[in-house]
Design a protein around this ligand. Structure first.
Ligand SMILES: *[C@@H]1O[C@H](CO)[C@@H](O)[C@H](O)[C@H]1NC(C)=O
Ligand SMILES: *[C@@H]1O[C@H](CO)[C@@H](O)[C@H](O)[C@H]1NC(C)=O
Length: 139
């Protein structure tokens, strides 16, 4: 039989091993969730777009309310990792963001497929990929 301490150690090891195993092998950047983290906060601090974070981590729900402290996340897949980002401010609109970041509007929309074609669903605090080339995201 395991002692209590051995059992806890084994359970912790198993849990850590299980979640780590979920990170893709081709992860370019990894991250460990802190208490009180939100998707927007992680995105702004780590230069990862609002689209890319849940795209790479499909376990994150649509409202991003299921992050767990200590949870490992992958911030970007090698070859599909946009690290040039911009945090939307009050009053921003897509043409302005494109101009200010020297990126074609079509490239901006291609790299942020969560934005609708009218660019009517952006919000302050949202993080956009402002790379000047189209990132080859795997669907
Ligand atoms: C996370 O990234 C660090 C630094 O690149 C690396 O040393 C480590 O092995 C990575 N961990 C996992 C679980 O991928
Ligand atoms: C995010 O990008 C900014 C601007 O390029 C840079 O100063 C900062 O160090 C980057 N942060 C991380 C975590 O890569």
């Amino acid at each position: 039989m395991f002692t209590g301490v051995q059992f806890v150690a084994l359970a912790v090891f198993a849990a850590v091993y299980a979640v780590r195993a979920d990170l893709p092998a081709n992860c370019a950047r990894n991250y460990t969730v802190f208490l009180m983290d939100t998707c927007d906060k992680i995105s702004a601090n780590e230069n990862v777009s609002t689209y890319q974070l849940p795209h790479v981590n499909p376990q994150i729900d649509a409202a991003c309310d299921n992050l767990g402290e200590g949870e490992p996340l992958c911030l970007g897949i090698t070859g599909q990792d946009c690290t040039t980002t911009y945090v939307i401010k009050d009053g921003d609109y897509c043409a302005l963001i494109a101009e200010d970041n020297n990126v074609d509007l079509s490239t901006l929309l291609a790299n942020n497929p969560n934005i609708d074609s009218e660019c009517s669903n952006i919000y302050p605090g949202e993080v956009l990929c402002t790379a000047t080339t189209v990132v080859p995201y795997t669907p």
